[in-house]
Design a protein around this ligand. Structure first.
Ligand code: NAG
Ligand code: NAG
Ligand code: NAG
Length: 360
């Protein structure tokens, strides 16, 4: 049968239409993919159109938010070394009042708190009597005076840690025939995880500090808003020497992300910022829901952070402890210490940051 000219023409047209349709569908898929990935990429905060669209849709935030590890993470350096996770009252030995343990206390508030907490954790595990000298800064900040007394130890040895922020497994092998002085920073939650409730209790500030912190907070009329403590450490870590060693201050990108995260997660949030660089905060983080606390007194600032529900921290032990005492959700700056630096060799993030804290 012979095909007419008209039929041939129709056939050609149909093929072209099919091709056109397929091209359109493919184009639509590609464009859609690009738009969706732009919307959910980590930098979407800069694209205000999508920000608003997303907020109205009330979709959960898609920022990468995973706690940093499992609770019973075993340290890579010493695979046989577990820390004490349980809070059982049992100790390995009962050396109370025959064996003493203390720690050399220096540094500022955050550092001192790590030493104190780790001393208590290790002493509790081995049944030593822990004590701290009264001239420590902690003596005037906290209610409990239980462990502030003096013993002139005889027959004592020093235990020197290997790294400031890496759980030192040799702590499981302490001598049983001597008094012990811990020397180092002991910046790992693992040293005192088994007595965490007690640590929180011991770190209750004096009534006077709590009263002053509450007063400072009330000035912001928090009402029923959810308080989020933000510690912005910059000043002393932002010098060429410190930066070169691997100290690092959080950048604006971090704050954009983390603020956005909490604004999604928490309705009616109020951010309480504590910082050593107030002018930077004012210039960069100003917003309707951000207030700055300027007490200029370390233990007061920490009491303020501790009274907040959730925490945002940057670098250093001061913010770490504010977040630990607050006890809510904590987001930390994942690039501190700066990867591959001298300082980062002194820290294992699994040991330094509790596993339920969120790197960002
Ligand atoms: C620790 O020091 C105290 C006080 O000097 C002493 O009585 C005690 O025997 C010492 N303990 C050990 C295990 O040497
Ligand atoms: C524990 O201490 C003893 C005596 O000081 C030492 O010989 C042994 O190697 C140590 N074990 C570990 C695992 O450090
Ligand atoms: C918070 O307080 C305001 C008024 O003070 C009230 O309208 C609102 O319902 C309260 N929100 C919650 C969650 O209690």
């Amino acid at each position: 049968m012979k095909v007419t000219h008209v039929q041939q023409w129709c056939l050609r047209l149909r093929n072209r239409a099919k091709l056109f349709l397929i091209t359109c569908i493919m184009l639509a898929v590609v464009v859609n993919f690009i738009l969706v990935s732009a919307m959910y990429s980590e930098d979407w905060g800069h694209i205000s159109f999508f920000k608003d669209a997303k907020r109205q849709g009330n979709k959960p935030s898609r920022l990468q938010l995973k706690p940093n590890s499992q609770e019973n993470q075993i340290h890579a350096e010493s695979p046989k070394c577990m820390f004490y996770a349980s809070s059982s009252k049992k100790t390995l030995f009962e050396f109370h009042k025959s064996h003493y343990m203390t720690v050399s206390v220096n540094g500022r508030l955050g550092n001192q708190m790590f030493k104190y907490a780790s001393l208590l954790g290790v002493a509790a595990q081995y049944g030593f009597s822990p004590f701290l000298r009264q001239k420590s800064l902690l003596f005037s900040a906290f209610q409990s005076q239980k462990y502030f007394y003096h013993v002139s130890m005889k027959n004592d040895v020093s235990f020197e840690e290997h790294h400031a922020g890496i759980y030192d497994c040799r702590i499981h092998n302490l001598t049983q025939s001597k008094n012990i002085t811990l020397n180092g920073y002991f910046q790992s939650w693992k040293y005192f995880h088994h007595i965490r409730q007690e640590v929180r209790k011991l770190f209750q500030f004096t009534d006077d500090i709590i009263r002053r912190a509450t007063k400072a907070l009330n000035k912001f009329h928090p009402g029923n808003r959810t308080l989020i403590g933000v510690h912005v450490r910059r000043g002393d870590m932002n010098t060429p020497r410190e930066l070169q060693r691997g100290y690092k201050v959080a950048d604006l990108k971090y704050f954009r992300k983390v603020f956005e995260y909490f604004r999604y997660e928490i309705e009616n949030a109020l951010f309480i910022v504590v910082s050593d660089s107030v002018s930077w905060v004012k210039a960069n983080l100003a917003a309707d829901d951000v207030v700055i606390s300027e007490t200029g007194i370390a233990y007061l600032d920490m009491a303020i952070l501790a009274q907040c529900k959730h925490s945002i921290i940057t670098s250093g032990t001061f913010g770490w402890w504010g977040a630990y005492l607050a006890g809510g959700k904590t987001v930390y700056y994942k690039d501190y210490p700066k990867p591959k630096s001298w300082l980062s060799e002194q820290y294992n993030k699994m040991d330094y940051y509790p596993p339920n804290w969120i790197p960002m």
